[in-house]
Design a protein around this ligand. Structure first.
Ligand SMILES: Cc1ncc(COP(=O)(O)O)c(C=O)c1O
Ligand SMILES: N[C@@H](CCCC[NH3+])C(=O)O
Length: 411
């Protein structure tokens, strides 16, 4: 029986061995460089109980960006000491939840949060909290504008050039309940060039050196974020994600630091789960107009993968029954949503597929399920983990009853 027959479509399928292999490839580079490290999986890319469990099995840390992600990690019994809590507008309730859960690290993003956290800790005088400061190092990554986060004009983090980052460090160091581990920067996502990461590493080391000299601060952690680009189609040719890390570690090793090299943390999301996942859809209607590219419609679309509509992201599809079948036509692979922009692949090269055929859209493991919606009241698809020849349902397909379970009658 095929996965589509067993679990229905649309469905997200993950090759768990590929997820594990990427965690291990990162770990291998760190070990080869004799670096102290943490691989903190950016769980926004794909956050489910099963995924937090796999991350824990791989001895990874995770980063969470909301109370909901933290709750899911707790539900998965993920070790809280290995959780970093991110976010540019953490609420008081979220900070309370993080403190109650004893998350390992809170990554402070702004002065408002710093005040909130300091006040909450005063109510528990015996407690301290490890923190990192997220800084905006003023480095622009070459990627989609919505995927840039390291430039000065960003909503994330303390600005370095204006002195805000140092002012924040001064306040944290003066607070006996906050234990400053070091700094964090994330320059963006789906980045192909190493040079932004190398520049960021140098800039962060310069900041830490300044803080060492002027604030008498010795860092124990330098967190360089994630953002390593992946191949979505055959025309993408990124470096293996672990090679970005090797370049970062070489840069750090070459630096002449006045303190012992801190532990290096990274936060890969997309590179861990993106290539490992694909989506299965069933072909339905087809519209052929002479002189126009045909529309081939599938049973999902922008509700389960918003990335083409949001970032003009490209994907590639293959027939699930015969992934290597020769392409004989170029079609628009569209979804079933009531939007003209609901185009999964604008130029899908496929053999002629009849209604009922199952098509696989590749490399959809990151920011697909996690950004899915119920637009048009479509239930979110099932998620399946495949490993060692076994396939296991790890997220049930939503039912129509799930769609109305929070609706209240107005009669
Ligand atoms: C702070 C932070 N860390 C890590 C990531 C993960 O990025 P990616 O999935 O590109 O590796 C993001 C998302 O861009 C982020 O904002
Ligand atoms: N959701 C984005 C990346 C996330 C950026 C998170 N800071 C994407 O699919 O490309």
């Amino acid at each position: 029986m095929t996965l589509a027959q067993q679990f229905g479509t649309p469905a997200y399928v993950y090759d768990v061995a590929a997820i594990r292999a990427q965690f291990r490839a990162f770990a291998k580079v760190f070990k080869a460089h004799h670096a102290k490290y943490a691989i903190s999986y950016a769980s926004k890319a794909f956050a489910t109980v099963a995924m937090y469990q796999v991350a824990a099995q791989e001895h990874a840390h995770v980063d969470v960006v909301s109370g909901g992600e933290l709750y899911t990690a707790q539900a998965a019994q993920f070790p809280m000491a290995h959780v970093s809590f991110h976010g540019n507008n953490k609420s008081e309730a979220e900070l309370q939840q993080a403190l109650a859960a004893h998350v390992g690290t809170i990554i402070i993003d702004n002065f408002h949060e710093l005040d909130l956290l300091a006040d909450l800790l005063k109510q528990q005088p015996a407690r301290t909290q490890d923190v990192l400061l997220r800084v905006t190092p003023g480095i622009s990554a070459h990627t989609h504008a919505y995927d840039q986060t390291g430039q000065t004009d960003s909503k994330f983090g303390f600005d370095v050039d204006s002195g805000q980052a140092k002012a924040a460090a001064t306040r944290v160091l003066a607070d006996p309940q906050l234990h400053l581990l070091g700094i964090h920067a994330h320059i963006g996502s789906q980045i192909f060039a190493v040079k932004g990461f190398v520049a960021a590493a140098k800039r962060l080391l310069a900041i830490l050196t300044d803080w060492h000299e002027t604030l008498d601060f010795t860092p124990t952690v330098l967190n360089l974020g994630g953002g390593f680009g992946i191949a979505y189609t055959d025309s993408d040719d990124p470096l293996p994600a672990e090679d970005f890390v090797a370049a970062i570690l070489d840069t750090i090793a070459a630096a002449d630091l006045p303190f012992a090299t801190p532990a290096i943390w990274i936060e890969p999301g997309r590179s861990i789960v993106g290539p490992a996942g694909y989506q299965l859809y069933t072909v339905g209607s087809r519209k052929d107009v002479p002189g126009l590219k045909p529309f081939v419609a599938v049973d999902g679309g922008m509700g389960d993968n918003i990335r083409p509509a949001l970032y003009q992201a490209d994907y590639q599809a293959v027939p699930a029954a015969d992934p290597h079948a020769e392409a004989t036509e170029t079609v628009r692979l569209v979804g079933k949503y009531c939007e003209s922009g609901d185009i999964l692949i604008d130029q899908a090269k496929l053999p002629h597929l009849e209604a009922g055929a199952v098509v696989a859209v590749l490399a959809t493991g990151a920011y697909g399920y996690s950004m899915a919606s119920n637009y048009n009241r479509n239930p979110r698809p099932a998620v399946v983990f495949a490993e060692n020849g076994q396939a296991k349902l790890v997220v049930r397909r939503e039912s129509y009853a799930d769609l109305t379970k929070n609706d209240l009658s107005y009669l």
